[in-house]
Ligand binder design. Structure first.
Ligand code: ATP
Ligand code: MG
Length: 396
């Protein structure tokens, strides 16, 4: 048995010995029943947070306000959350308050979808009050209870329905689907980073195309933080290579008005993410015209080149074939892999010319990189010094 599960079962036994009820809940149960062992195993318990803390020697308060205590078990840390119900949802995002309860049934009732609302006892008995196992078999995402009410409470659940459908390859059950379409506008209550997080998971799922269909059909598309034209068919053979940012880059390529920064900002992407996506877009453009030179193989990181090549082949005909497997090879064949491999540095150039640092340095080094990459200049101190003095003379 996986260490996380072993830790979880040990923790449940300890809580039971102390007189409480404890179960594994949510995604871990769902994935177990599908034959996958999730890395993330969550426990729910009748014990109050303070009670949980008295049972275990090492704990951390990670979300104590919501009833979550991290139990630091020697095999693996596990989150233990007190059974709770949620009060009213005035803002369509978060419950106004949560109440701790002693009943598992109450806790399962507040969960979003039937397949996420099952529990497993230490005996491996499954507690399934809403038909989660039958929906797993039928491959359906179905809201627990009245879909409309559940989406009114928390509008993010509408996007979560699509995200789980993409990750699992399941359809959204009809009543659940209709409720999303009816209440799509409520998505505007949800913070853009939470929306982004769901899309990140959609992009790295195996069913991005179906998800885009759903985003369009439910009309959620009209309430996203930025207008985006969702051409679902274009996503047919999209492959994220495990990086959600590749999904955002692909999305931008499909927009009528290709304003990368505006879209990335609208979803609150980090600077690092923005830089990455813009590199992919730039590599893509150069792949199409004029085609990659040694300089491109040098400037772009391997993952950027690989995904840009995928996109170019998907979105353009007649651009000439470049087998993805050739890319690492072409990169390796470059005379230098990075600027640090150049046999001289900026200080040398300043010393040789007697000039102070300034924009001229970048210009010279850029030119030097080109000369070295095209094998016109040998990457060796003396050669570079001669080349440089010749360059300086031309300039004068
Ligand atoms: P993943 O594999 O993506 O982590 P998960 O099912 O564990 O899937 P989480 O977002 O980690 O999903 O949530 C854990 C559990 O908490 C869910 O299975 C569900 O029972 C419940 N849950 C999470 N978010 C919500 C929500 N917005 N509304 C209702 N229940 C929720
Ligand atoms: Mg989880």
């Amino acid at each position: 048995l996986d260490v996380n599960w072993q830790a979880a079962f040990n923790i449940i036994h300890s809580l039971e010995k102390a007189g409480y009820e404890a179960v594994i809940v949510g995604g871990a149960v769902r994935d177990y029943l599908r034959g996958h062992l999730a890395n993330d195993v969550d426990i729910a318990t009748s014990a109050l947070p303070e009670e949980v803390k008295t049972v275990f020697s090492r704990t951390a308060d990670v979300g104590i306000a919501h009833g979550t205590v991290l139990v630091i078990h020697p095999l693996s840390p596990v989150e233990v959350t007190t059974y709770r119900t949620e009060g009213s949802y005035a803002d369509h995002r978060r419950p106004d308050d949560v109440q701790f309860v002693r009943s598992l049934e109450e806790d399962l009732k507040r969960r979003d979808f039937t397949i996420n609302a099952m529990a497993m006892r230490a005996s491996k008995e499954i507690v399934d009050l809403y038909g989660g196992q039958s929906d797993l078999k039928a491959q359906l995402i179905r809201a627990v209870g009245n879909a409309s009410d559940r989406f009114a409470e928390d509008a993010l659940r509408m996007l979560r329905a699509i995200r789980f459908s993409a990750q699992l390859g399941f359809a959204i059950e009809e009543e659940t689907f209709k409720a999303i379409r009816k209440q799509a506008a409520d998505l505007s209550y949800i913070a853009k980073e939470r929306i982004k997080a769901e899309f990140d998971k959609i992009w790295t799922s195996a069913n991005a195309k179906e998800a885009i269909y759903y985003v369009n059909d439910t009309q959620l598309v009209d309430y996203l933080p930025v207008e985006f034209s969702g051409n679902a068919n274009a996503w047919s053979n999209f492959e994220s290579r495990g990086n959600p940012m590749n999904g955002w880059a692909f999305l931008i390529l499909l927009q009528r008005d290709e304003n990368a920064l505006q879209l990335l900002k609208a979803f609150n992407c980090s600077n690092k993410e923005k830089v990455y996506v813009q590199q992919v877009l730039q590599a893509y453009k150069r792949r199409i015209t004029p085609g990659w030179t040694a300089r491109d193989y040098f400037e772009f990181d391997l993952p950027v080149l690989e995904i840009a090549n995928d996109f170019a082949e998907k979105l353009n005909r007649n651009i000439g074939n470049l087998n993805s497997s050739e890319i690492p090879h072409k990169k390796k064949l470059l005379t230098i892999q990075s600027r640090t491999e150049i046999a001289v540095n900026g200080r040398d150039l300043m010393e040789w010319s007697g000039k102070k640092s300034g924009p001229w340095l970048k210009v010279v080094i850029d030119k030097m990189v080109d000369e070295i990459l095209s094998n016109k200049l040998v990457n060796e101190r003396q050669h570079i010094k001669e080349w440089f003095s010749h360059e300086s003379n031309i300039e004068k």
